[in-house]
Design a protein around this ligand. Structure first.
Ligand code: G3D
Ligand code: MG
Length: 256
């Protein structure tokens, strides 16, 4: 396949563990449903090139689909995952009510980290019996979030291509000015800058710890804490506290 493309689009797939995020990414990228894929470790991504026609003209799109690899529980690297994403899928499992009830949290987290990117709402596992969420509920939530609702099955392939085509169209039309961009407020912009600052410092601290440069690490952690507070990133703060305690213990042991 030719490596030429008009757009490289990084998108994120978000939602509770087990809802089928990896299955959707794999189904779309490889056209298969694997019964046996392991829980992904770390962040992973799938790639696929597709043509998207807009107003009779084809755009070649290279998708980079980021998959929350088994890290659905919050971790300090989470903002990294969102960085640079231009769109996303918020996925729940139609046979698991709790995964639907958690969507508010996922919406909030993505909106906090990414300045207004288009998000599609996906009720997955439509092939299974025992649905716990009605189509009307999914549609209502999507409407209230200015999103679009799809029901999919990574197993049968239902709606998978349609979802990516729709998302691609929205992203590209925005970028080409064919549909209006939402205004980004100064506050949102500032927030995003604070996230970037936090991330840079947390990663530097992490490297310093790995290299045993503990004084540097302490300084970086302290600085990172300020930004974690500004963005109200409690998991980041917790991580910093844990690392700081750990370093102080190591230093104490080294002294005695
Ligand atoms: P996650 O990445 O969101 O954590 P996975 O979820 O993609 O790992 O999927 C979790 C489980 O649901 C997997 O089963 C997977 O095969 C199954 N699954 C995902 N999508 C669908 C679907 O559309 N239909 C059906 N019937 N099953 C699906 P296991 O058994 O490996 O846990
Ligand atoms: Mg997964």
């Amino acid at each position: 396949m030719s490596e030429n493309f008009d757009y490289l689009l990084k998108i994120i797939v978000v939602g509770d563990g087990g809802v089928g995020k990896t299955a959707i990414a794999v189904r779309f990228a490889e056209g298969v449903f694997r019964e046996d894929y392991k829980m992904t470790i770390g962040v992973d991504f799938s790639i696929r090139l597709i043509d998207i026609p807009i107003n009779d003209e084809v755009r070649k799109v290279k998708w980079q689909i980021w998959d929350l690899g088994g890290q659905e529980r919050f971790s300090y690297t989470r903002p990294l995952y969102y960085k640079g994403a231009v769109g996303g899928l918020l996925v729940f499992d139609l046979t698991d009510r709790i995964s639907f009830d958690h969507l508010d949290r996922w919406f909030a987290e993505v909106e906090k980290s990414c300045v207004s990117i288009p998000l599609l709402l996906i009720g997955n596992k439509a092939d299974l019996p025992g649905r716990q969420v009605d189509r009307e509920e999914g549609e209502a939530l999507a409407r209230s979030r200015n999103s679009i609702y799809y029901e999919s099955s990574a197993k049968s392939g239902q709606s998978i291509n349609a979802i990516f085509e729709k998302l691609g169209k929205i992203i590209i039309m925005k970028q080409e000015g064919l549909i209006e961009q939402e205004e980004v407020s100064e506050e949102q912009q500032k927030h995003k800058e604070n996230i970037d600052q936090y991330m840079t410092l947390a990663l530097q601290a992490n490297n310093a710890i790995t290299e045993g440069k503990y004084q540097d690490a302490l300084r970086l952690l302290k600085e990172a804490y300020k930004y974690a507070s500004k963005i109200e990133y409690d998991d980041g703060k917790k991580w910093i506290e844990e690392q700081t305690q750990h370093i102080l213990q190591v230093l104490k042991r080294q002294k005695s």
